[in-house]
Design a protein around this ligand. Structure first.
Ligand code: MF3
Ligand code: CO
Ligand code: CO
Length: 259
């Protein structure tokens, strides 16, 4: 995937990505009020699948390399790719990342947020806030002529200055008609290194930030990635386009535009 050519999207294709991205943002907003103690992750999955179909789209994760559900739900020590399950019931104090990827008219909108279930601990709140800020600092590093390493460097600097760690084993990715394509976007790295960003590149920035060590393990289900030390992990994800002016967040909900 790393040696593949990076496709530049036309204005018409970026408009398609914007529509898919906006649908993804709306889906997360739609699910937000359901994130309450007592709700199972399978209920979140079922509602996502219903809502997505209702809006003329399909769920990219369902059947993707055999993934069995329509969204990923990653609670507490789960780093990513948690599988919705009827036995997995949200409880007060949990943090849960919900990662959605509707396909609309052939194009993928890939976005995730970490939500609080009831009242978080001060540490969980800080981890989640730092993780969102990591994503936004990574996005702010994007403009034509900047390099892929600038994104990871911005994220890693902020995470580590807060004494958290950056997951190495999962990266952001090019996304368009294909779910995961070139380029890979590490969430750690060195400013000034890596390929140059050009207008028309579209990719995700999706840092996973850990309370403790950055190492992860994959459970026997073949999907669920957890922190090696079983401490907390949080994640946020946007799909972005490099523009002539800088960057456009394709999955930004109109009500969540930063000040
Ligand atoms: N949405 C995830 C990402 O951000 C990928 C999920 S793949 C799945 O790249 F198969 F686990 F659903
Ligand atoms: Co992604
Ligand atoms: Co995703």
């Amino acid at each position: 995937m790393d040696n593949e050519r990076i496709t530049l999207l036309s204005a018409r294709e970026i408009e398609k990505m914007r529509q898919a991205g906006q649908l993804a943002a709306q889906l997360l907003k739609h699910l937000e009020p359901m994130v309450q103690p007592g709700v199972s992750t399978l209920e979140l999955d079922a509602e996502s699948e219903r809502w997505t179909k209702d809006h003329g789209a399909t769920s990219a994760p369902l059947g993707y390399h055999g993934f069995p559900r329509s969204i990923c739900t990653s609670i507490n020590e789960v780093v990513c790719h948690g599988i919705p399950d009827a036995k997995q019931i949200l409880k007060d104090g949990d943090i849960i990342n919900i990662d959605v990827t509707p396909i609309l008219d052939g194009y993928h909108g890939d976005t995730s947020r970490t939500f609080f279930v009831g009242e978080p601990s001060p540490l969980a709140r800080r981890l989640v806030e730092v993780t969102e800020e990591c994503m936004m600092r990574g996005i702010a590093a994007v403009k034509p002529g900047a390099r892929i390493g600038d994104i990871g460097a911005a994220i890693q600097t902020y995470a580590e200055s807060n004494e958290f760690s950056v997951v190495r084993d999962f990266v952001g990715h090019g996304v368009s008609r294909i779910f995961h394509t070139a380029p890979q976007i590490p969430h750690y790295g060195t400013a000034g290194k890596g390929k140059k960003l050009r207008p028309g590149m579209v990719f995700t920035i999706e840092p996973m930030i850990n309370e403790g060590v950055y190492e992860v393990e994959v459970l026997d289900d073949g999907w669920t990635a957890v922190t090696q030390d079983r401490k907390l992990s949080a994640q946020f994800e946007h799909t972005i386009a490099v523009t002539k002016e800088g960057v456009e967040i394709l999955t930004l909900h109109p009500e969540l535009v930063p000040a």
